[in-house]
Design a protein around this ligand. Structure first.
Ligand SMILES: Nc1ncnc2c1ncn2[C@@H]1O[C@H](COP(=O)(O)OP(=O)(O)O)[C@@H](O)[C@H]1O
Ligand SMILES: [Mg+2]
Length: 287
Protein backbone atom coordinates (compact mmCIF):
# COMPACT_ATOMS: atom_id res chain seq x y z
CA UNK A 1 0.00 0.00 0.00
CA UNK A 2 1.23 3.46 -0.86
CA UNK A 3 0.27 6.27 1.41
CA UNK A 4 -2.14 8.28 -0.76
CA UNK A 5 -1.60 11.94 -1.54
CA UNK A 6 -4.08 13.18 1.01
CA UNK A 7 -2.40 11.22 3.79
CA UNK A 8 0.96 12.34 2.51
CA UNK A 9 -0.04 15.99 2.84
CA UNK A 10 -1.53 15.35 6.23
CA UNK A 11 1.67 13.68 7.35
CA UNK A 12 3.76 16.55 6.02
CA UNK A 13 1.68 19.09 7.87
CA UNK A 14 1.91 17.00 11.03
CA UNK A 15 5.64 16.54 10.91
CA UNK A 16 7.21 19.57 12.45
CA UNK A 17 10.90 19.22 12.72
CA UNK A 18 12.83 21.15 15.25
CA UNK A 19 13.69 24.46 13.56
CA UNK A 20 16.86 24.80 15.54
CA UNK A 21 18.15 21.67 13.87
CA UNK A 22 17.47 22.60 10.27
CA UNK A 23 19.31 25.88 10.65
CA UNK A 24 22.23 24.87 12.83
CA UNK A 25 23.83 21.53 12.29
CA UNK A 26 25.38 20.24 9.11
CA UNK A 27 25.83 16.86 10.71
CA UNK A 28 23.14 15.07 12.68
CA UNK A 29 25.33 12.39 14.25
CA UNK A 30 29.09 12.13 14.46
CA UNK A 31 30.84 9.06 15.80
CA UNK A 32 34.61 9.00 15.98
CA UNK A 33 36.72 5.98 16.89
CA UNK A 34 34.08 4.44 19.15
CA UNK A 35 35.17 1.47 21.28
CA UNK A 36 33.11 -0.71 23.61
CA UNK A 37 34.02 -4.08 25.15
CA UNK A 38 32.06 -6.53 27.24
CA UNK A 39 34.63 -8.58 29.15
CA UNK A 40 36.96 -9.85 26.46
CA UNK A 41 34.45 -9.36 23.60
CA UNK A 42 35.13 -6.15 21.67
CA UNK A 43 31.59 -5.33 20.55
CA UNK A 44 32.53 -2.04 18.84
CA UNK A 45 36.09 -1.59 17.70
CA UNK A 46 37.11 1.85 16.43
CA UNK A 47 33.90 2.75 14.61
CA UNK A 48 33.58 6.14 12.87
CA UNK A 49 30.75 7.54 10.76
CA UNK A 50 28.59 10.61 10.20
CA UNK A 51 24.89 10.96 9.50
CA UNK A 52 23.66 14.04 7.67
CA UNK A 53 20.27 15.73 7.78
CA UNK A 54 17.82 14.15 5.35
CA UNK A 55 19.67 10.86 5.23
CA UNK A 56 18.67 7.29 6.00
CA UNK A 57 21.88 5.77 7.25
CA UNK A 58 22.11 1.99 7.47
CA UNK A 59 24.08 -0.02 10.00
CA UNK A 60 24.38 -3.36 8.25
CA UNK A 61 26.11 -6.46 9.54
CA UNK A 62 25.60 -10.06 10.61
CA UNK A 63 24.39 -11.00 14.10
CA UNK A 64 26.88 -9.91 16.73
CA UNK A 65 28.48 -7.25 14.48
CA UNK A 66 27.96 -4.52 17.10
CA UNK A 67 24.96 -2.65 15.63
CA UNK A 68 22.77 -2.70 18.74
CA UNK A 69 25.70 -1.77 20.98
CA UNK A 70 26.43 1.23 18.74
CA UNK A 71 22.81 2.33 18.81
CA UNK A 72 22.56 1.97 22.58
CA UNK A 73 25.69 4.09 23.07
CA UNK A 74 24.20 6.82 20.86
CA UNK A 75 21.09 6.79 23.04
CA UNK A 76 23.13 6.94 26.24
CA UNK A 77 21.75 3.55 27.34
CA UNK A 78 25.26 2.16 27.70
CA UNK A 79 28.54 3.96 28.11
CA UNK A 80 31.37 3.73 25.61
CA UNK A 81 34.92 2.83 26.68
CA UNK A 82 36.39 5.50 24.42
CA UNK A 83 35.67 7.59 21.36
CA UNK A 84 33.79 10.78 20.55
CA UNK A 85 30.06 11.09 19.94
CA UNK A 86 28.04 14.12 18.93
CA UNK A 87 24.31 14.15 18.32
CA UNK A 88 22.89 17.43 16.93
CA UNK A 89 26.31 18.89 17.74
CA UNK A 90 25.79 18.04 21.43
CA UNK A 91 27.47 15.57 23.76
CA UNK A 92 24.70 13.10 24.67
CA UNK A 93 26.29 12.24 28.02
CA UNK A 94 26.26 15.92 29.05
CA UNK A 95 22.99 17.06 27.44
CA UNK A 96 21.05 13.86 27.77
CA UNK A 97 17.54 15.33 27.98
CA UNK A 98 18.05 17.82 25.16
CA UNK A 99 19.31 15.03 22.92
CA UNK A 100 16.70 12.45 23.93
CA UNK A 101 13.85 14.88 23.32
CA UNK A 102 14.81 15.00 19.67
CA UNK A 103 15.30 11.26 19.12
CA UNK A 104 12.69 8.60 18.41
CA UNK A 105 13.87 5.08 19.21
CA UNK A 106 12.65 1.66 18.19
CA UNK A 107 14.51 -1.03 20.12
CA UNK A 108 15.18 -4.49 18.73
CA UNK A 109 13.19 -6.07 21.57
CA UNK A 110 9.41 -5.85 21.59
CA UNK A 111 7.61 -3.40 23.88
CA UNK A 112 7.98 -3.92 27.60
CA UNK A 113 4.67 -2.31 28.57
CA UNK A 114 2.88 -5.63 28.37
CA UNK A 115 0.17 -4.92 30.92
CA UNK A 116 -0.96 -1.70 29.22
CA UNK A 117 -3.22 -1.21 26.23
CA UNK A 118 -1.97 0.99 23.36
CA UNK A 119 -4.45 3.66 24.52
CA UNK A 120 -2.87 3.68 28.00
CA UNK A 121 0.64 3.63 26.56
CA UNK A 122 0.05 6.59 24.27
CA UNK A 123 -1.71 8.58 27.00
CA UNK A 124 1.30 7.93 29.19
CA UNK A 125 3.76 8.98 26.47
CA UNK A 126 1.73 12.11 25.68
CA UNK A 127 1.74 13.15 29.29
CA UNK A 128 5.45 12.61 29.94
CA UNK A 129 6.37 14.31 26.67
CA UNK A 130 3.76 17.04 27.23
CA UNK A 131 2.37 16.60 23.74
CA UNK A 132 -0.53 18.63 22.35
CA UNK A 133 -3.65 16.55 22.89
CA UNK A 134 -5.53 17.41 19.72
CA UNK A 135 -2.50 17.00 17.46
CA UNK A 136 -1.55 13.73 19.10
CA UNK A 137 -5.05 12.29 18.73
CA UNK A 138 -4.99 13.16 15.04
CA UNK A 139 -1.57 11.58 14.57
CA UNK A 140 -2.60 8.44 16.41
CA UNK A 141 -5.69 8.07 14.24
CA UNK A 142 -3.57 8.50 11.14
CA UNK A 143 -0.89 6.02 12.20
CA UNK A 144 -3.35 3.40 13.46
CA UNK A 145 -5.26 3.58 10.21
CA UNK A 146 -2.08 3.42 8.09
CA UNK A 147 -0.87 0.36 10.00
CA UNK A 148 -4.35 -1.18 10.04
CA UNK A 149 -4.19 -1.49 13.82
CA UNK A 150 -7.34 0.35 14.93
CA UNK A 151 -8.87 -2.81 16.36
CA UNK A 152 -5.96 -3.25 18.80
CA UNK A 153 -6.25 0.15 20.47
CA UNK A 154 -7.83 -1.22 23.64
CA UNK A 155 -6.28 -4.68 23.67
CA UNK A 156 -3.56 -5.58 26.17
CA UNK A 157 -0.14 -5.20 24.56
CA UNK A 158 0.80 -8.63 25.94
CA UNK A 159 -1.86 -10.21 23.70
CA UNK A 160 -0.67 -8.54 20.48
CA UNK A 161 1.36 -10.40 17.86
CA UNK A 162 5.05 -9.57 17.45
CA UNK A 163 4.25 -7.47 14.39
CA UNK A 164 1.49 -5.50 16.09
CA UNK A 165 3.71 -4.85 19.10
CA UNK A 166 6.30 -3.58 16.66
CA UNK A 167 3.77 -1.18 15.13
CA UNK A 168 3.12 0.27 18.61
CA UNK A 169 6.86 0.80 19.13
CA UNK A 170 7.14 2.53 15.77
CA UNK A 171 4.16 4.80 16.47
CA UNK A 172 5.53 5.62 19.92
CA UNK A 173 8.84 6.66 18.38
CA UNK A 174 7.15 9.10 15.99
CA UNK A 175 4.66 10.96 18.18
CA UNK A 176 6.96 13.79 19.31
CA UNK A 177 8.25 14.58 15.78
CA UNK A 178 11.87 13.68 16.50
CA UNK A 179 14.63 15.01 14.25
CA UNK A 180 16.49 11.72 14.43
CA UNK A 181 14.90 8.27 14.31
CA UNK A 182 17.03 5.41 15.56
CA UNK A 183 15.50 2.10 14.54
CA UNK A 184 17.06 -1.23 15.46
CA UNK A 185 15.81 -3.98 13.13
CA UNK A 186 12.48 -2.14 12.80
CA UNK A 187 10.91 -4.44 10.20
CA UNK A 188 11.00 -7.45 12.54
CA UNK A 189 7.58 -9.07 12.57
CA UNK A 190 5.98 -6.55 10.21
CA UNK A 191 4.05 -7.89 7.23
CA UNK A 192 4.86 -6.58 3.75
CA UNK A 193 2.15 -3.91 3.83
CA UNK A 194 3.17 -2.48 7.20
CA UNK A 195 6.84 -2.61 6.21
CA UNK A 196 5.93 -0.54 3.16
CA UNK A 197 4.05 1.98 5.32
CA UNK A 198 7.06 2.30 7.61
CA UNK A 199 9.42 2.83 4.65
CA UNK A 200 7.09 5.56 3.32
CA UNK A 201 7.07 7.25 6.73
CA UNK A 202 10.87 7.21 6.80
CA UNK A 203 10.99 8.76 3.33
CA UNK A 204 8.61 11.54 4.39
CA UNK A 205 10.62 12.10 7.56
CA UNK A 206 13.82 12.60 5.55
CA UNK A 207 12.09 14.80 2.96
CA UNK A 208 11.55 17.20 5.86
CA UNK A 209 15.24 17.16 6.77
CA UNK A 210 15.00 14.47 9.45
CA UNK A 211 17.55 11.64 9.64
CA UNK A 212 17.30 7.94 10.33
CA UNK A 213 19.79 5.41 11.66
CA UNK A 214 18.47 2.08 10.47
CA UNK A 215 20.09 -1.07 11.81
CA UNK A 216 19.54 -4.33 9.95
CA UNK A 217 21.21 -7.65 9.26
CA UNK A 218 19.30 -8.00 5.99
CA UNK A 219 21.18 -6.80 2.95
CA UNK A 220 18.13 -6.38 0.69
CA UNK A 221 16.46 -4.20 3.29
CA UNK A 222 19.49 -1.94 3.63
CA UNK A 223 19.79 -1.72 -0.12
CA UNK A 224 16.16 -0.74 -0.55
CA UNK A 225 15.81 1.66 2.36
CA UNK A 226 19.15 3.34 3.01
CA UNK A 227 20.88 6.23 1.27
CA UNK A 228 24.26 5.29 2.74
CA UNK A 229 25.39 2.21 4.58
CA UNK A 230 28.10 1.27 7.05
CA UNK A 231 28.87 -2.42 6.92
CA UNK A 232 30.04 -3.69 10.29
CA UNK A 233 31.63 -6.98 11.17
CA UNK A 234 32.94 -8.03 14.58
CA UNK A 235 32.72 -4.43 15.78
CA UNK A 236 34.71 -3.02 12.90
CA UNK A 237 33.67 -0.90 9.97
CA UNK A 238 34.45 -2.86 6.82
CA UNK A 239 32.88 -0.52 4.26
CA UNK A 240 30.94 2.73 4.16
CA UNK A 241 29.14 4.60 1.39
CA UNK A 242 26.28 4.14 -1.03
CA UNK A 243 25.62 0.61 -2.26
CA UNK A 244 27.26 1.59 -5.53
CA UNK A 245 30.37 2.90 -3.81
CA UNK A 246 30.54 -0.21 -1.66
CA UNK A 247 30.39 -2.54 -4.62
CA UNK A 248 33.29 -0.63 -6.18
CA UNK A 249 35.18 -0.84 -2.87
CA UNK A 250 34.70 -4.58 -2.83
CA UNK A 251 36.40 -4.55 -6.21
CA UNK A 252 33.50 -6.46 -7.64
CA UNK A 253 31.39 -3.79 -9.29
CA UNK A 254 28.33 -5.30 -10.90
CA UNK A 255 28.60 -8.46 -8.80
CA UNK A 256 25.72 -9.84 -6.81
CA UNK A 257 25.35 -7.66 -3.72
CA UNK A 258 24.92 -10.64 -1.48
CA UNK A 259 28.32 -11.91 -2.56
CA UNK A 260 29.85 -8.54 -1.81
CA UNK A 261 28.30 -8.47 1.65
CA UNK A 262 29.41 -12.01 2.44
CA UNK A 263 32.87 -11.28 1.10
CA UNK A 264 33.23 -8.09 3.12
CA UNK A 265 32.09 -9.78 6.29
CA UNK A 266 34.28 -12.81 5.58
CA UNK A 267 31.31 -15.09 5.59
CA UNK A 268 31.71 -16.45 2.06
CA UNK A 269 34.24 -19.13 2.91
CA UNK A 270 32.54 -20.17 6.11
CA UNK A 271 29.21 -20.46 4.29
CA UNK A 272 30.78 -22.57 1.57
CA UNK A 273 32.10 -24.80 4.34
CA UNK A 274 28.72 -25.03 6.11
CA UNK A 275 26.93 -25.82 2.85
CA UNK A 276 29.49 -28.51 2.08
CA UNK A 277 28.91 -30.11 5.50
CA UNK A 278 25.15 -29.90 5.16
CA UNK A 279 25.34 -31.56 1.75
CA UNK A 280 27.43 -34.33 3.27
CA UNK A 281 24.93 -34.82 6.09
CA UNK A 282 21.92 -34.84 3.81
CA UNK A 283 23.73 -37.13 1.41
CA UNK A 284 24.56 -39.52 4.24
CA UNK A 285 20.97 -39.61 5.43
CA UNK A 286 19.41 -40.41 2.07
CA UNK A 287 16.35 -42.60 2.43
N1 LIG B 1 25.36 -6.72 27.59
C1 LIG B 1 26.25 -7.49 26.97
N2 LIG B 1 27.07 -8.30 27.68
C2 LIG B 1 27.99 -9.07 27.07
N3 LIG B 1 28.18 -9.13 25.74
C3 LIG B 1 27.39 -8.35 24.98
C4 LIG B 1 26.38 -7.51 25.55
N4 LIG B 1 25.77 -6.85 24.54
C5 LIG B 1 26.34 -7.27 23.41
N5 LIG B 1 27.32 -8.17 23.66
C6 LIG B 1 28.18 -8.82 22.65
O1 LIG B 1 28.69 -7.80 21.79
C7 LIG B 1 28.71 -8.24 20.45
C8 LIG B 1 27.88 -7.30 19.60
O2 LIG B 1 26.51 -7.45 19.93
P1 LIG B 1 25.36 -6.54 19.32
O3 LIG B 1 25.78 -5.12 19.42
O4 LIG B 1 24.09 -6.94 19.97
O5 LIG B 1 25.38 -6.99 17.79
P2 LIG B 1 24.29 -6.86 16.63
O6 LIG B 1 23.23 -5.90 17.09
O7 LIG B 1 25.05 -6.36 15.45
O8 LIG B 1 23.75 -8.23 16.41
C9 LIG B 1 28.21 -9.67 20.47
O9 LIG B 1 29.33 -10.53 20.52
C10 LIG B 1 27.40 -9.76 21.75
O10 LIG B 1 27.36 -11.06 22.24
MG1 LIG C 1 21.21 -6.18 17.24
Amino acid sequence: MRINNHSRELFHSMLKLNNEMSVKSEVMVKVDNLVKSFGNVIAVNGLSFEVKPGEIFGLLGPNGAGKTTTVKILLGLIEEDSGEIEVFGLDPSKEEIKVKNRIGYVSEDPLIYRSMTPRMLFNFISSIRKLDEKETTEKLRYYFESFEAVEYYDKLIATLSRGNKQKMQVIASLLHDPDLLIMDEPLTGLDAKSAKVLKEILELHTERGGSVIFSTHILEVAEEVCDRIAIMDKGKLVAIGTMEEISVMANKAGADLEDIFLKLTNQDESIAHIVQNLRKMFGNNKK
